[in-house]
Design a protein around this ligand. Structure first.
Ligand code: CP
Length: 354
């Protein structure tokens, strides 16, 4: 693998994804052959935000590969609660472990952590920005159940503004051929400008609509997402949009017989329980495949060994105005990093235009 950290799905080439998928399939088919693949390795699980699937599937992935796990699921139980910086936490934890799996509510936190880590950092979700290992789970599900990803019509429905799984999935699908995207959301929850610029730059076919029912018959994959209440600054705004999309059996009647209904989970009310027993409902399998995909990833990253990171310049003051960007809380030392998206200068931590 050419990548050392997994921060963004853009870090992986299509060939690297195919290698990971082939390994995930082998693990699914013969798990006992991999019992020692990470023997003696230690995974640090740093969850600054709640999680069920990502945290437990990473933990069980490492345990099934013969390694061990330590960490926290509540930052109040770590020295973060005493005011320790992310940099210092990562320097310490990377000295104790072989791989770090981190979820953080701040956009760009995983990239920031990778600057100071001796060991590979895996982004397990950074605020409303990216969630690349959910995308490993998603692509594994589509490939296993549909045989491939090229040429699909994919509906992404719900909170496309704050839904990090959607952003990572779009980044990944840019590596495939002839994908058509139906982006289904209320206007206030449409994809962020940096994702729209990314799709335009990569000449991806997409249309933005507010109604789900009119596009359902065209779809091969319907990827439902939760309205992310925790990302709303104004609770009244959440009240206005909550419950806007509910997929139920009646609506599914108009869909293709081989549609895949996916959801990164947790769900609130956007998929009615009467869909769960429909053969097209793939979301529980999707969560299970996520563990195998993470096993395939850990086999590479946890075995890379320690390497001192190159010296990092001490930043001056934050230049990004996104209130959720990691530079807003750790900006006293983080270097200013800028990248171009669609020809526009953007913050390299959170991708927002400067
Ligand atoms: N899909 C996902 O990230 O779920 P959790 O928040 O439970 O980890």
């Amino acid at each position: 693998m050419s990548f050392r950290h997994l921060i963004d799905f853009g870090d992986l080439s299509r060939q690297e994804w195919e290698t990971l998928y082939a390994r995930a399939e082998k693990i699914m088919d013969a798990p006992n052959e991999f019992l020692d693949a990470c023997r003696g390795k230690l995974q640090a699980s740093l969850f600054f935000e709640p999680s069920t699937r990502t945290n437990f599937s990473f933990q069980t992935a490492m345990l099934r590969l013969g390694g061990t796990v330590f960490g926290f699921a509540d930052p109040k139980s770590s020295s973060t609660a005493k005011g320790e910086t992310l940099k210092d936490t990562i320097k310490m934890v990377s000295a104790y472990s072989d791989v770090i799996v981190m979820r953080n509510p701040r956009e760009g936190a995983a990239l920031a952590a990778s600057l100071y880590s001796e060991v590979p950092v895996i982004n397990a979700g950074d605020g409303g920005h990216m969630h690349p290992t959910q995308t490993l789970a998603d692509l594994t599900t589509i490939t296993r159940l549909r045989g491939g990803v090229d040429g699909l019509a994919v509906g992404l429905c719900g909170d496309l503004k704050n839904g990090r799984t959607v952003h990572s999935l779009i980044k990944a699908l840019a590596k495939f051929q002839n994908i058509r995207f139906y982006l289904i959301s209320p206007r206030e929850l449409a994809i962020p400008d940096y994702m729209r610029a990314f799709m335009q730059e990569n000449k991806m076919w997409f249309t933005e609509v507010s109604g789900m029912e009119s596009v359902i018959p065209m779809l091969d994959v319907l990827y439902m997402t939760r309205i992310q209440r925790e990302r709303f600054i104004d609770p009244l705004e959440y009240e206005r949009v909550k419950g806007v999309y509910v997929l139920n059996r009646r609506k599914l009647n108009r869909a293709k017989p081989d549609l895949l209904v996916m959801h990164p989970l947790p769900r609130v009310d956007e998929i009615a329980v009467d869909v769960d027993d429909d053969p097209r409902a793939a979301y529980f399998e999707q969560a299970r495949y996520g563990m195998y995909a993470r096993m395939a990833l850990l086999m590479d990253l946890a075995n890379q060994g320690h390497r001192m990171p190159p010296p990092v310049e001490i930043g001056t003051k934050p230049v990004c105005h996104n209130p959720n960007c990691i530079t807003q809380t750790e900006g006293g030392y983080l270097p200013v990093l800028i990248k171009k998206i669609g020809g526009v200068d953007c913050c390299a931590y959170c991708d927002k235009a400067l």
